[in-house]
Design a protein around this ligand. Structure first.
Ligand code: HEC
Length: 131
């Protein structure tokens, strides 16, 4: 096999890999946080968020953001919330709070925690809550 054919094959392989990566887009129904993470987020959520929003508010937010990457919602929260002290928490604390919000609104937990720095939140889309 000559070098040209080899590189054609490897180009074809990378197209297939890229396509299957796109097909692997997850949603928040696929278990994108862990139970431990959601539990860690609960006290923070209660101290820093629940004075202004209840679970219904988050259900509305998730419905409005149908099909958007979860990273967009995370970034919005990171930059604007809590409204009385935006950006005052650590990234890991915002991740735990978002995990708690997903648990509270009825989405299942999974094996891996939410991790903004890894970029995976960009590959997870929001779908509306079931009820
Ligand atoms: C002092 C009151 C207050 C606190 C505390 C607060 N928020 Fe908010 N939040 C607001 C207001 C005001 C808005 C914008 C108006 C609205 O949509 O109700 C908002 C909007 C939001 C939205 C909608 C964003 C969007 O664009 O869809 C989310 C999600 C949210 N807050 C999450 C949080 C989280 C998570 C916390 C805790 C870290 C928090 N909020 C703490 C007042 C607050």
């Amino acid at each position: 096999m000559n070098k040209f054919r080899l590189s054609m094959i490897s180009a074809a392989v990378s197209v297939v890999v890229a396509c299957s990566a796109a097909a692997q887009q997850k949603t928040i129904e696929d278990g994108v946080y862990t139970t431990e993470q959601a539990e860690a987020g609960q006290p923070l959520f209660e101290q820093r968020c629940s004075a202004c929003h209840n679970a219904d508010f988050y259900r509305g937010t998730l419905s409005n953001r149908n099909n958007q990457p979860l990273a967009y919602l995370f970034e919005e929260i990171l930059v604007t919330m809590p409204a009385d002290m935006p950006g005052s928490l650590m990234d890991a604390e915002y991740e735990a709070i978002l995990a708690h919000i997903l648990q509270l609104t009825g989405y299942p937990a999974g094996d891996a925690p939410l991790d903004y720095a890894s970029g995976t939140m960009h590959t997870v889309n929001i779908v509306p809550p079931k009820d």
